[in-house]
Design a protein around this ligand. Structure first.
Ligand code: C2E
Ligand code: CA
Ligand code: CA
Length: 661
């Protein structure tokens, strides 16, 4: 719309001024029309009647002149002659006046009468003063001619006067017609003006509305750009501005500021399992709690997702920052009520202090983020101040990723296998493939030191395929030996591998390639994988099961999974996390928990494996609890492939404790 581009019209006072101008204009036009009409109406009859009177008087006077000439001719006295002269001169004057005064002369035929009388009076006056031919003015011949001239002129002017009357009526009719027309035009003009005024007023309103709407949306846009719509807290952009300002202010005042970087623990799980509405509600409640835990002057913002920041300006002591962080964590440890559900959600907080941890907003934020990760690593629901070692860790992360890529190409990876035994007769029933990295300079590296990084960078997808291929190839040889009839190979699969496209096609390709039978393969997956919202994962798991591959839930008991979940998945084995096994002797509650897990698993027709069995006491307790299979240092460490060969070669082996090199 072009009008919108016209900034001038959009200013409210401009349109208001226009409306006022139009109103004033209309009013003036009305007044002018009215006045003019009145003038015409008033002036017309007066003019007409006066004119008529003047003209008819002129004609009458001419008549009396004719009479006087008649008298003068009859008595031929100088007295009557003088009367004639006087009347002639008076008429001459009247004629002069008429010719000067009347603008309607022509219309009313006045000029015609004038034209008749004027030369006659002129002649008569001449003849009465100078005489005619050789006659005296008073001579009978002169007077006769004067009389004839006057009579003719009078007669003719009388005829004309009659016509003047008619003309006057015509003029009146014509004028009133004109007045009517004028009135019509006036009405049309006024109507047009009124319409224009109304339109302009309406347009003004519309413009006003548009202007208001524009203003509103402009404000909304500005709000959206600076505030988070869910929590109404400042967003990242806004916060960075606050932070930069605070940094330069503190530099001027030689003060300190602290930045708290808060990340919710396990938010993703809550979001994935309970749904986004719950996630949103949790975020809102968390925002309120954080606000309550800080001072009015501290800036709280939501950077996005489950990340919040708090800016503490004018800090006198770092202790203040840790008090606030503690306060926030305490607030967080209380349960949240989400639509009737009780949910616990901790947080991890990283803290940076300016100027020492960074002189600009970006560095401070980055380092606080790093400190937050450190806090997460330290067991969640805690806070950490940033240290320079953390930057070092980040550097190491990148270095490790680079080295791992090299390791994969240069074949530095290998697999150790940890035997799994049937608890009752202690026969070897399977092996779990565990990844090892033989680093050229650092020696043997265990997966806990590199799997996380590989998962984060995505390299685990390639590594995972490599493990599947290698383990299937190596384990194939043992199948030929006289083994337990249900001997199987267990391989750990991480969540990232599923997201990265590990599916039925990929897996059966590897099985075909290596010739490893699908029903001898058991894939160990995590509880979180079962909780994932992605329906594709469930489909892929079912497809694996269709191939004949079995599935086990690894580290059972550490995640969120409700037992009811297990029924929905084609899982047939539970691996009880080693943290429970470790406590089983000392803690009654751990024991009861393991007992419950085992009996429940049996109820669901699931096989149970105890992980991390380290002592004969633990082994004895597991026997009491009727656990199906055992795995742990007490039985055997993870060992190289060639050592497994020896184990399997033993005929129905009693358990042997073999130590890996
Ligand atoms: P996990 O699946 O729970 O594997 C068992 C871990 O417990 C192994 O650690 C094993 O050496 C250790 N272990 C066995 N018996 C005992 C015991 O009696 N006491 C104690 N304290 N620990 C015992 P490892 O080999 O360091 O592997 C650590 C984790 O790395 C594994 O935990 C698994 O989650 C992951 N991982 C290992 N290999 C792979 C792999 O090829 N792919 C994937 N995605 N993850 C792997
Ligand atoms: Ca495992
Ligand atoms: Ca495990």
């Amino acid at each position: 719309m072009n009008i919108l581009n016209n900034k001038l019209l959009m200013r409210p006072y401009v349109s208001i001024t226009l409306v006022i101008l139009l109103l004033v204009g209309t009013a003036s036009v009305i007044i002018y029309f009215q006045k003019t009409l009145l003038e015409i109406e008033e002036a017309l009859p007066i003019t007409l009647s006066k004119h008529e009177r003047d003209i008819s008087k002129l004609v009458n006077d001419m008549g009396s002149l004719v009479q006087s000439i008649g008298f003068a001719r009859a008595d031929q006295s100088p007295k009557t002659f003088r009367v004639v002269v006087r009347q002639t001169l008076a008429l001459e004057k009247q004629l002069e006046k008429i010719s000067e005064n009347y603008r309607f002369n022509d219309v009313l035929g006045a000029s015609a009468i004038h034209a008749k009388l004027n030369p006659a009076i002129f002649d008569i006056k001449n003849w009465l003063t100078a005489g005619l031919f050789n006659f005296d003015p008073t001579a009978a011949q002169t007077m006769k001619l004067v009389e004839t001239r006057a009579k003719n002129a009078h007669k003719e002017s009388e005829v004309l006067l009659l016509q003047v009357g008619e003309t006057a009526i015509n003029v009146l009719t014509e004028q009133s017609q004109r007045i009517d027309n004028f009135r019509g035009i006036m009405i049309i003009t006024l109507t047009a003006l009124a319409i224009m005024t109304i339109s302009l007023v309406l347009l003004g309103f519309r413009l006003q509305n548009i202007v208001f709407a524009l203003k509103e949306s402009e404000e909304q846009i500005r709000y959206r750009a600076n505030f988070d719509s869910l929590t109404h807290l400042p967003n990242r952009l806004n916060f960075t501005e606050h932070l930069s300002e605070a940094i330069s202010r503190s530099r001027r005042d030689l003060g300190q500021i602290a930045l708290l970087f808060i990340d919710l623990d396990r938010f993703k799980t809550i979001n994935d399992t309970l749904g986004h509405d719950f996630g949103d509600e949790l975020i809102k409640q968390v925002a309120t709690r954080i606000r309550h835990a800080v001072r009015e002057t501290d800036v709280v913002s939501r950077l996005g997702g489950d990340e919040f920041t708090v800016l503490l300006a004018n800090m006198t002591d770092e202790i203040h920052a840790s008090i606030i962080a503690k306060g926030i964590l305490e607030q967080r440890s209380r349960p949240f009520m989400l639509f009737g559900h009780v949910v616990y959600s901790g947080a991890s907080i990283g803290i940076t202090v300016s100027p020492q941890d960074g002189a600009d907003a970006m560095t401070l934020l980055k380092n606080a983020d790093m400190a937050m990760y450190e806090a997460k690593d330290q067991g969640r629901n805690t806070f950490r101040f940033f240290t320079s070692q953390m930057t070092e860790r980040a550097r190491q992360f990148l270095e490790l990723d680079k080295e791992m890529r090299r390791a994969l190409i240069q074949d530095e990876l290998q697999i150790h296998y940890q035997p799994i035994y049937e608890r009752q007769d202690r026969s070897l029933i399977g092996v779990e493939a565990l990844l090892r990295w033989q680093h050229p300079s650092k020696g043997l590296i265990l997966p806990d030191d590199f799997i996380n990084v590989a998962e984060e960078t995505g390299l685990i997808e390639d590594i995972g395929i490599w493990v599947l291929r290698r383990a299937c190839t190596e384990a194939l040889a043992w199948l030929e030996d006289d083994l337990h009839p249900r001997f199987y190979l267990a391989i750990n699969i991480s969540m990232r591998q599923f997201k990265g496209g590990l599916d039925r096609k990929r897996l059966s390709e590897i099985l075909d390639e290596t010739g490893f039978p699908a029903d001898k393969l058991l894939l160990e997956i995590t509880e979180t994988l079962l909780m994932d919202e992605d329906v594709r994962i469930r489909e892929v798991l079912s497809e694996f099961r269709e191939l004949g591959v079995r599935l086990a839930v690894d580290d059972f008991g550490t995640g969120y999974s409700a037992l009811s979940y297990l029924r929905e998945f084609p899982v047939d084995t539970l691996k009880i996390d080693r943290s429970f096994i470790q406590d089983i002797g000392a803690s009654r509650s751990s024991r009861r928990l393991v007992e419950t897990i085992i009996s429940m698993a049996h109820g669901l027709d699931l096989v149970t494996i105890a992980e991390g069995v380290e002592s004969p006491e633990q082994d004895a307790l597991l026997a009491e609890l009727n656990c199906d299979m055992v795995q742990g240092y007490y039985y055997c460490n993870p060992i190289a492939a060639n050592k497994i060969k020896k184990l399997t070669a033993v005929d129905k082996p009693a358990f042997t404790i073999v130590h890996s090199s």
